[in-house]
Design a protein around this ligand. Structure first.
Ligand code: OGA
Ligand code: MN
Length: 381
């Protein structure tokens, strides 16, 4: 321990940051053989089965949001991480496209908030989809063309809109949380043993192939006894799950399209990060999703509507090079409300310098530094 601290002082780096940089390295590319791949079903002494509650969600309720019957889900835990649940793509075949369409076309719409709002007028960010589709449908001319708004989208917030500067949510910055995503979250958390989850805030992250997400803990929610939920679509990623301090070396795992994570209990407040985006493996839903929008099992669903061929052409092209992650949070406990005023001490002094937008590489390119002043120049490489 003392040795570790000494080496940290010398290099100015903690164990998490070292591993983050290892997986982000381009040249030479890192060895991925230690990265856990839950989709492969390879037995590992680190992977433990996770108990679900199949009776919590009926097959019909699950199908209405595009999910397989809970008894068929492959849910895993990780040795040493109580409360962490990884569910390998529990979506029904052909049921991811409607969720991808929601993430690209519906959720970026007003009144939701996105990074582009920070430096553009509301009328300019009004119809991101409509303003982008023409450019995205056109085959590349080979010339350098200006990026569409959709390609410049980095984050969208839902419900209680997270304030990146103060790292808080507040009662007076709230718009209705999307009902479909609320229901999906309710069912997934119920199956994981958390009935009555109330999805109150969402953060969507849009990753290009060279994006990453810095080391952070999600601690701004007022009730940490409620789980944090994460859904991924499109290209794959390496997700690092660490400990309660930055000296704890993190465990690396792949997140593929359709995979879900629940961080609860002792794993609710652990450090985590996304150092790298990787192409979806061949034959994986991100590639399999093509052409699945028609004849989808969701056709009769009242919750998630099927995707038109026209919309899917744009969505599939986008996710061929991008990843979208949705995290859903319950901010307040039952009967809890926001404190009237927060002192600056309560607001920012978490005892952890950096936090959510910590830049593990001191501003090197390739890092998505998220702040309210996100501009294409700071998020692109
Ligand atoms: C977050 C987060 C992880 C991911 O938004 O807080 O940790 O997989 N996202 O994108
Ligand atoms: Mn997070």
């Amino acid at each position: 321990m003392a040795k570790m601290a000494a080496s940290m002082v010398e290099s100015g780096e903690d164990a998490f940051r070292k591993i983050f940089k290892f997986y982000r390295r381009r040249n030479p590319p890192p060895d991925f053989s230690d990265v856990i791949d839950f989709s492969k079903g390879v037995p590992s002494d680190k992977i433990v089965p996770a108990e679900l509650d199949p009776a919590a969600v009926s097959d019909v309720e699950a199908a209405r949001v595009g999910l397989q019957p809970v008894r068929d889900w492959r849910a895993h835990g990780l040795h040493g991480y109580p409360g962490f649940i990884f569910i390998s793509n529990p979506f029904l075949r052909g049921s991811q496209p409607p969720w991808v369409r929601q993430c690209l076309k519906t959720y970026p719409q007003k009144p939701n908030v996105c990074n582009l709002d920070m430096h553009m007028s509301p009328s300019d960010t009004q119809d991101i989809w409509d303003k982008s589709v023409q450019g995205l449908r056109r085959p590349s001319s080979g010339k350098r063309e200006p990026k569409t708004l959709l390609e410049r989208l980095r984050w969208v917030t839902l419900g209680y809109h997270y304030n990146w500067d103060t790292k808080t949510y507040s009662a007076n910055h709230y718009t209705p949380f999307p009902a479909d995503l609320h229901l999906l979250s309710l069912h997934v958390t119920a199956a994981c043993g958390f009935p009555g989850f109330n999805a109150e805030a969402g953060i969507l992250n849009y990753y290009r192939s060279d994006s990453s997400l810095g080391i952070h803990v999600d601690e701004s929610e007022l009730d940490h006894s409620r789980p944090l939920l994460s859904f991924s679509f499109g290209q794959s990623a390496i997700f690092l799950l660490g400990g309660t301090c930055r000296q704890d070396p993190p465990t690396a795992m792949f997140m593929h399209s359709g995979d879900m994570m629940v961080m609860s209990g002792q794993s609710r407040l652990l450090y985590h990060a996304v150092p790298r985006i990787l192409p979806a493996p061949q034959g994986h839903p991100a590639s399999e999703m093509e052409g699945c929008s028609l004849g989808s099992p969701l056709q009769d669903s009242t919750v998630v509507q099927p995707v038109s061929e026209e919309d899917w052409a744009v969505c599939s092209r986008y996710i061929q090079s991008s990843r979208v992650n949705v995290t859903v949070r319950q901010v307040l406990g039952p009967g809890q409300s926001f404190p009237q005023t927060l002192s600056s001490h309560q607001r920012t002094d978490s005892g952890q310098p950096g936090g959510y937008h910590d830049d593990p590489d001191g501003g090197e390119t390739g890092k998505r530094k998220r702040s309210s002043c996100d501009s294409p120049d700071t998020v692109e490489t």
